[in-house]
Design a protein around this ligand. Structure first.
Ligand code: FUC
Length: 762
């Protein structure tokens, strides 16, 4: 190859790159080196793909492509022992010779289409790999191609992490096994008899494929396509003890079907499917200087950590949260503490469903960022697992007359089979109920309200009707609760009180909409109004417990605990707000000021949402700077802002949230909080730009959802609203729209858009 040809290739590649970047700069993660193929690299550098059920971390080394894959249902444990979410296996493509001498390396993750791409130049040949996880086809595809024929020689291996039997036949590697008898060194044995299977079909153009022991050898192929299927026998059905059919036939069929289809068709189907979800919201927070935009994502994150000034990166982070939800919450179990990505037998907190903030935070972006249907796995999980929770709740909680309470409640930890661990988190049930209600509030799906949400809310209300306790002064309190994970267990902690208030309030509203249960409505209204409510303490703070503590730390301005659960009423609740309850909102602000800005990933994301609800855009933005910061770089460079917790949360080079370690809730929480800065609708009105920071003077957002069944687009310039458009999807009728202190009343026909200019708020 001549130098000129080489230069042309390089030029063509960079033009192509520039084009892609130009088209959608905020929708592409980009790196100029592969991820290290070790645990650190997995957590901080590898990039996630997923179809909501199966997914993989992709490393992209030239000499060795590695897809460490998972199925969200592969869990040890059973309905009594927690167990843990498990790594499934590894797909490896070894390309001897490529480990040295690759240039022009580039690795991207296209958030709009859900495609991971690696390109590099090696000995004059441009190599390209594309990987995606298809929801319609239920397989992961890895395609390797090259600019010249006959260049691929190497081998393909499938590894299983739980000792499955491996076999090779007809260019396919099969693994099938069971978790029965699989016990980790420090785990209790369980009755788990889950079966699982994975298969990879190797297809090539040109060259030869040869079985070589447990591997498949590729010799001189023009291109190679791998179609990976995986599944388990898990079913969301307590009556079947969560164990259904052996997955072998299903996985075989999925791989057969996908492998028989033209690749272009498979790819187009996936891209269309993925884009139809991610593409619903467009966010423009302003332009990033070209020099900064040109940096690879990891370097860009470092520069942002030190200097800010990258609105496109902020928009990308928002879209990444939505990308992650699309990739980890579809058609199976809900997203867990790591979404569905895990490479460890013993992941932090078992990578479980944590009930006292974490799984809820995962679903905060679902409704408002126009991904409603992605919350359904959470509703299915709750509905399916409730029978086990009912069993354990009845054993533990009695009414004063000795009978078991109705309904179910939760401990802090939980798994997909209903087992729970650690302390009781009793209002977890009512917090879950809020999600069911919100799904209706945003979609106006009355069938969902009638058949799914209301029965769940009613049952949860029954638990609290049975379990609340009356104080001598007549107030009702939740007995023996714990303000997550802070202070003593006692009656009437603010967190519990606020969540029960939220439950009763929503259930009353739901019954009214459905025109059912008038007596229950009256009872719950009375009980709601008798609940011990939010109170203000001696230094102007919102009290975290029923009465102010006399303690050296608790309830003092020195208390910087990461949980600020007693502000639930501000967000995600709606009992406190600056317009409706200004004194309580001031107290919430006082509390937040004292608690400080530092925290783990999810803690900072929650604080960001609190500040948004307090209409303090600049303070919310400061939290965004905290959560979207490279943890190591921040300690020295951002001294004075987040320096008090050197190892606090932040964002790794692969843009995943650092709790630390990696925990996905911060990604989801921050995504939701960005939406809260631009649009709110919890107070019976659509509030435009409630917390716009100075750092986003000019921008626009399209496609956010508001309660009442509306889709909202907003444009602003120089910190001021330009115009908005409100479309009534299912909602029709009159809607109040607020901008600043002014509220207008607009009539919107179902299916129609209504434009609202800034002048209307003058
Ligand atoms: C809660 C938090 C921890 C962690 C864990 C998974 O217990 O207090 O910070 O996020 O969940």
């Amino acid at each position: 190859m001549t130098i000129i040809t080489l230069q042309r290739i390089v030029l063509a590649a960079s033009l192509l790159a520039a084009n892609i970047a130009f088209a959608a700069p905020e929708l592409m993660l980009r790196y100029d080196r592969p991820a290290q193929d070790n645990d650190q690299g997995w957590e901080k550098e590898a990039l996630p793909i997923g179809n909501g059920r199966i997914g993989a971390m992709v490393f992209g080394q030239p000499g060795r492509e590695h897809l460490q894959f998972n199925d969200i249902t592969l869990w040890t444990g059973d309905d009594k022992t927690m167990g843990a979410f498990q790594p499934f296996g590894d797909l490896l493509v070894e390309l001897p010779g490529h480990e040295r001498g690759a240039t022009n390396y580039r690795r991207t993750l296209d958030l709009a289409r859900g495609v991971h791409t690696v390109t590099y130049l090696h000995k004059g040949v441009t190599y390209k790999r594309e990987a995606w996880a298809s929801y319609p086809a239920q397989v992961i595809v890895l395609r390797l191609s090259a600019s010249r024929p006959g260049q691929y020689s190497g081998n393909v291996a499938l590894l299983d992490r739980h000792g499955a039997h491996l076999a090779v036949a007809n260019n396919r590697i099969h693994a099938a096994g069971t978790l029965a008898g699989f016990v980790l060194p420090d785990q209790a044995p369980s009755s788990n008899v889950m079966t699982y299977a994975s298969q990879v079909q190797v297809l090539s153009e040109g060259g030869k494929l040869v079985a070589d022991g447990k591997r498949i050898k590729v010799e001189g192929a023009d291109s190679v396509t791998l179609v990976l299927g995986a599944g388990t026998s898990f079913v969301m059905d307590a009556a079947r003890r969560f164990n259904g059919e052996h997955p072998l036939a299903r996985v075989t069929e999925q791989v057969n079907k996908a492998a028989a289809r033209p690749l272009a068709e498979l790819r187009a189907e996936h891209e269309q499917d993925f884009a139809s979800l991610v593409g619903r919201v467009e966010l423009d927070l302003g332009d990033t200087p070209a020099a900064r935009r040109a940096l690879p994502t990891d370097a860009r994150l470092l520069a942002y950590t030190k200097q800010g000034g990258d609105p496109e990166l902020e928009a990308q982070y928002f879209q990444y949260g939505r990308y992650l939800l699309v990739s980890s919450s579809r058609g199976s179990l809900p997203a867990n503490l790591q979404g569905l990505w895990n490479n460890s037998y013993a992941p932090p907190w078992n990578s479980d469903y944590h009930t006292n903030i974490n799984v809820q935070m995962n679903y905060w972006p679902a409704e408002v960022t126009n991904l409603s249907e992605l919350a359904v796995p959470f509703f299915d999980f709750v509905t399916a697992t409730a029978p086990v929770w009912r069993r354990d709740t009845a054993l533990e909680f009695k009414r004063t007359d000795g009978k078991p309470v109705r309904g179910w409640t939760l401990r802090t930890e939980s798994n997909p089979f209903g087992a729970m661990g650690y302390l009781w988190n009793k209002t977890g049930n009512a917090w879950y109920a809020q999600h069911f209600w919100e799904h209706y509030a945003f979609t106006r799906d009355e069938a969902f309200l009638r058949k799914v949400a209301y029965p769940m809310m009613k049952e949860t209300s029954a638990f609290w009707q049975d379990y609340l306790k009356e104080l001598p002064d007549g107030r009702l309190v939740a007995p023996q609760g714990w303000s997550p994970e802070h202070g003593p267990v006692e009656d009437g902690v603010a967190y519990d009180q606020q969540i029960v208030w939220d439950l009763f309030n929503n259930t009353v509203e739901a019954a009214g909409i459905l025109k059912v249960d008038p007596d229950l409505r009256a009872t719950l209204t009375r009980m709601r109004d008798r609940l011990a409510g939010p109170r203000i303490g001696s230094w102007g703070q919102l009290l975290e417990w029923l009465d102010e503590k006399k303690d050296p730390v608790l309830d003092t301005p020195q208390d910087t605990h990461r949980h600020v659960s007693h502000l639930f009423a501000l967000f995600p609740g709606r009992q406190i707000g600056p317009v409706q309850t200004p004194e309580l909102a001031r107290a919430a602000r006082r509390t937040l000021e004292a608690r400080g800005d530092a925290g783990t990933g999810w803690s900072m994301a929650w604080k960001m949402a609190f500040w948004a609800r307090l209409h303090d855009g600049d303070r919310a933005y400061r939290m965004l700077r905290g959560v979207l910061a490279a943890p190591g770089a921040r300690a020295s460079e951002q001294a004075g802002i987040f320096s008090e917790h050197n190892n606090a949360g932040g964002t790794y080079p692969n843009m995943l949230d650092a709790h630390p370690p990696f925990q996905i809730d911060g990604n989801f929480g921050a995504t939701a909080a960005i939406a809260e800065m631009l649009l709110q609708s919890q107070a019976g009105e659509i509030h435009l730009l409630p917390a716009l920071p100075k750092s986003w003077p000019t921008g626009s957002v399209k496609g956010l959802r508001a309660r009442g069944g509306y889709v909202v687009d907003i444009a602003w310039r120089d910190g001021q609203l330009v115009d908005a458009s409100v479309r009534g999807l299912s909602g029709a009728g009159r809607v109040k729209v607020r901008y600043g202190a002014r509220v207008i009343d607009a009539a919107i026909e179902q299916g129609q858009s209504r434009s609202i200019g800034a002048a209307q708020f003058k």
